[in-house]
Design a protein around this ligand. Sequence first.
Ligand code: C5P
Length: 240
Amino acid sequence: MKLNSMSKCISPVIVALDFPTPGAALALAARLDPEHCRLKVGKELFTQRGPAILEPLVQRGFEVFLDLKFHDIPNTVAGACRAAAALGVWMVNVHASGGRAMLEAAREALAKSANRPLLTAVTVLTSLDAAALAEIGYAAPPAAQVEKLARLAYAAGVDGVVCSPQEIAIVKEACGRAFLTVTPGIRPAGTSADDQSRIATPAAAVAAGTDYLVIGRPITQAPDPAAALVAINAGLGIRA
Ligand code: C5P
């Protein structure tokens, strides 16, 4: 089994290609360089276009995070992970709240693939604050819930978690530095928070020890998305 880790990308930024049509996503990708960012394909684009959207991105040399957040019974999630691995993506994810057996089934399914993607588990969506969590039955504050789910994911042998930038230190403390954190909810100073609740700037998230920054609208909705990425990388000391 070979892990997809021979990366040529020098930036921790993963650009979220959240577009309603493949044309817009591919047009943006054409202006970006695989050495300066990775790409994330999520539910909107994948539901619209299917696996066909991945091929031109992978062909151009991008490492692609397929963000479909699988959450189902273990057998179904294992099958979905196997299918995702066959698409040549760099990272796939599941919901940690799917439980230990589901996480282990995902890990075991991917372990058998020839070129295995990284497996991350979503802890608590970055759009949820304490009140929203309480409404769906989680009494613990977001940080405590994230820690609990990160420990579960770590014990199940997953590579890392998706969490908010505000929980990076908690996760690293609980599970060790090598356990990956992938953090959405990134907002450069002066940009809109949109629907995200638990946010931080790119520099603050990197200083807190995160491994990957997922950034969507601050890049995709910028007047010049490629320039927005260059500025974010420059702010992290990456000349691209
Ligand atoms: O536009 P914005 O930077 O808020 O995009 C964040 C991206 O990260 C979206 O694609 C969203 O689906 C994803 N995401 C998230 N929170 C999570 C997991 C993924 O915002 N917990």
